[in-house]
Structures are given as structure tokens and as C-alpha cells.
Design a protein. Structure first.
Length: 301
């Protein structure tokens, strides 16, 4: 029986990623930029990893870089699209973030570059990743979040409202960074850190953006999407609205990509622990050089 709780159609997602693999890397600039930032963050962590997992490996560029810089002895590349695994370095295997085929405590590092935003059950996936990590193992992941493609979403909504008497979902819903921090804690991770960067890409027009999204494998895979072909009039209306609302002075349009980075550790006794409540040796007012007042008291001028 069909699972109506699923947001994404994973069979369509696999087809989109297979098409992206066949495109020969025409639109990999966002993934390359995000991967470089992940490697930079790893450089700040003075630790050598033995066995790492790259979840959503695409062509395996991140795994190759990890091995080339000797940040890990072994990197296992995984993806839900066989077409990408063919291009990734061995060992590699087919794996879905929602059904990981790994024993508990298999890795001391899990990397995921712009893949987890396609997960139907993100809380469950994070929990599985935490179980797959050894104590004090590191999760370092990026995913599209919040304001990603907000301009395209607005243009499609307006176009369909104008011409088709109602809108259908065209752009994926993206998690908010604040919600992601809560999900890491819910999954049992220690020392979670969530931060967001906003990248803006420019295109000649909205159709060029849509072609890039197709080559990225990031086109609509929502289960509730319309299954019929998009009307030409609606497509052109969306492109026109995009141009009218989001064109820059030089005529190019802007597209927002919000990338959130998750950094968290599997719990371990060796990690720093917060002090018990009320165990502070000095009062905050003393440290700030001010006068302490009881709750409800008004500060004197």
C-alpha cells in the first residue's frame, strides 16, 4: 500500500540523479563549492579518520579529495543512483539514507554533500547516521535549506495562479536551519552546530536556471506534483514573472541557494560535558561588572 506520508518520489529522484550523472558534470558548481567548504572544515579538525562514509557521493569527487589529502584511510562512497556509483572510487555501494545497510559503530566520519534535503524521514536518517558512527565520530553534512530557490517558487506560484486557477508544488520544501539544530539533538548527537551560507547564482533567464537544475538532478520529485506536461504558456509566464521580479540591472536573473552545514558528534565519555545547573563558581553580574537584581525587581537608574 502506498505510503502517503512520503514527500518525495524516490524512483523519480533516482531517475533525475541518473540523468545528472549522464550530463557529464555540466552543472556541478554548487556541489563543488559546497564540497570545498566541507574539506576546509575538516582541515580545522586535527584528527585522522580511519573509515569514512560519503552519503550521496555523486561522482565521488569528495571521496577522492579526502583520500588525496589523507584525511581518511578508507572512504566508502554511497548513493541511491547506480549511474553515480559507476563514477565513484571503490569501495562503493547503493544506499538510501533512510535505510542504511551498515552495522552500528561502523564509521568515525560521515560526510554528506547536498543530499539529505531529499530525505523523506530526515529525523530517522539522522538517527541512523548517529548509530552508524563510533563514539566521538563526526557527522559533517550540507543540505539545501530555507530560502533556496525562493524566486523560482514565487514565479511558478504566480504563473499557475494566473493561467491555471491554482498552483501545484513545483519546488521542494526545505527545512529551516533552526529546525535542523533541533533534529540533531533529537537524534542524540552531541555538540551540534548548524550554520548557513547563502549563495547567489545568476542566469540569462529562468529557462537557463531550470536547465541547470535538470543537469544537477535537482528538479521536482515531489509525490504530489502534477504528472502531466507543463503547458508552454505557463512555462513562459513563469519565466516572464521571474524576469520582471528578480532581474538585475544587467538583465540577468538571480537564484538563491541557501546551504546549511551540520556539524555534530556521536556522544562519548571523553567529550566535554556541560556543568551541572547551579555549579558556577562566580555570578554573572560580577563578571559583567553590574548589580544583580531579584526577578521582578526594577533596576535603579
Amino acid at each position: 500500500m502506498e505510503n502517503t506520508r512520503e514527500i518525495f518520489d524516490l524512483s523519480s529522484l533516482c531517475q533525475h540523479r541518473a540523468r545528472a550523472a549522464r550530463s557529464g558534470g555540466k552543472a556541478e558548481f554548487l556541489f563543488a563549492e559546497s564540497a570545498a567548504r566541507l574539506v576546509d572544515r575538516l582541515a580545522d579538525i586535527k584528527r585522522h579518520f580511519t573509515v569514512a562514509l560519503e552519503l550521496g557521493c555523486r561522482d565521488g569527487a569528495l571521496a577522492r579529495r579526502m583520500l588525496g589529502e589523507r584525511k581518511a584511510d578508507q572512504v566508502i562512497a554511497s548513493d541511491i543512483a547506480p549511474a553515480f556509483l559507476i563514477r565513484a572510487p571503490a569501495p562503493s555501494l547503493l544506499a538510501d539514507a533512510e535505510a542504511l545497510p551498515f552495522a552500528p559503530r561502523s564509521f568515525d566520519l560521515v560526510l554528506s554533500n547536498l543530499a539529505l534535503h531529499w530525505t523523506n524521514d530526515l529525523p530517522g536518517a539522522l538517527l541512523q547516521l548517529r548509530h552508524a558512527l563510533r563514539p566521538d565520530g563526526l557527522l559533517l553534512a550540507t543540505l539545501f535549506s530555507g530560502g533556496t530557490l525562493q524566486e523560482l517558487r514565487e514565479a511558478w506560484l504566480a504563473a499557475e495562479s494566473d493561467l491555471e486557477n491554482g498552483a501545484s508544488p513545483r519546488v521542494s520544501p526545505f527545512a529551516d536551519a533552526r529546525d535542523l539544530a533541533a533534529l540533531l539533538q533529537r537524534a542524540g548527537f552531541a555538540l551540534p552546530v548548524v550554520d548557513t551560507d547563502t549563495l547567489t547564482a545568476t542566469y540569462s533567464d529562468a529557462l537557463a536556471l531550470m536547465r541547470d537544475l535538470r543537469d544537477m538532478g535537482e528538479t521536482n520529485a515531489l509525490r504530489e506534483r502534477r504528472r502531466n506536461f507543463t503547458r508552454r504558456a505557463t512555462l513562459l509566464r513563469a519565466a516572464t514573472i521571474y524576469q520582471e521580479r528578480f532581474a538585475r540591472p544587467d538583465g540577468r536573473i538571480a537564484a538563491t541557494f541557501e546551504i546549511t552545514t551540520l556539524t555534530a558528534w556521536a556522544p562519548a565519555e571523553s567529550q566535554q560535558q556541560p556543568l551541572p545547573r547551579g555549579s558556577a563558581a562566580a555570578r554573572l553580574a560580577q563578571a559583567l561588572g553590574t548589580q544583580e537584581h531579584k526577578a521582578g525587581d526594577k533596576a535603579r537608574p
